[in-house]
Design a protein around this ligand. Structure first.
Ligand SMILES: C[S@@+](CC[C@H](N)C(=O)[O-])C[C@H]1O[C@@H](n2cnc3c(N)ncnc32)[C@H](O)[C@@H]1O
Length: 216
């Protein structure tokens, strides 16, 4: 469980439908879809802090051969995601309720792709990235959407109850957790989204972190 804030309690626990409504207006949903279209998802994908399934649904619908493990601690948001999957007959999403600040309840070296949007602002990203590193297969990828630490990020932080991180801090954490090929994506074509979020993609390479640190 990350830090308690009243906004987090109200939006994710008490009124999850309000949160789901907020993300469906202002073009946010569409912009996330356009961003995810730039990637090929295959195999087993996990969406950490999935909320009502914005990323999970898009990935699962576009890539019917992949399986999406959608993880969140909010019963209310998972219930909404369950309703979407039932109504839209989406069969390749598994829902998992878990507090991700305590670890990721997924087998080590099992995931091909991890996506996470809006989670590292709520829980300790250092711990999260280390846990993600363990669950990803060699050559697997991690896509993190980071809220910009600018005026827009600060306003969103007040509404949603978090403090944005500096990008440098997030990039350093990814590196110390063992990720390589860390790249900040050019999102100039996604104007609205680009103002509030930064997309960072990284990879767990074939030489494991442990091997690299025990060389010589
Ligand atoms: C801003 S929302 C993002 C939801 C979704 N990824 C999106 O982009 O629309 C943050 C999500 O993180 C979840 N969350 C926050 N702390 C968590 C924790 N400790 N364990 C699991 N999920 C958590 C919340 O329940 C919420 O669904």
């Amino acid at each position: 469980m990350g830090k308690f804030t009243i906004q987090r309690y109200l939006l994710f626990k008490k009124f999850p439908r309000l949160y789901d409504w907020i993300i469906s207006v202002f073009g946010y949903k569409r912009a996330i879809g356009k961003l995810l279209n730039k990637f090929d998802f295959d195999g087993i994908v996990s969406d950490l802090g999935c909320g009502s399934g914005l990323l999970s649904i898009f990935i699962a619908k576009r890539n019917r051969n992949c399986r999406v493990i959608a993880v969140d601690e909010s019963n209310g948001l998972l219930k909404i995601l369950h309703e979407y999957t039932r109504n839209e007959r989406i069969k390749n999403i598994d829902l998992v309720k878990a507090d991700l600040s305590l670890g990721i309840p997924i087998k080590e070296d099992s995931l091909d792709f991890v996506v996470t949007s809006g989670l590292i602002e709520y829980i300790d990203p250092e711990n999260l990235f280390k846990e993600v590193y363990k669950t990803i297969k060699s050559d697997g990828k991690l896509l993190v959407l980071v809220i910009r630490n600018n005026i827009f990020g600060k306003i969103l932080g007040k509404i949603f109850g978090f403090k944005p991180h500096n990008l440098r801090y997030v990039l350093d954490l990814l590196q110390t957790s063992g990720f390589e090929e860390i790249e900040v994506m050019d999102m100039k074509d996604l104007k609205g989204l680009n103002k509030i979020k930064i997309c960072v993609i990284s990879r767990k390479t074939t030489i494991s972190f442990r091997d690299k640190h025990t060389e010589n």
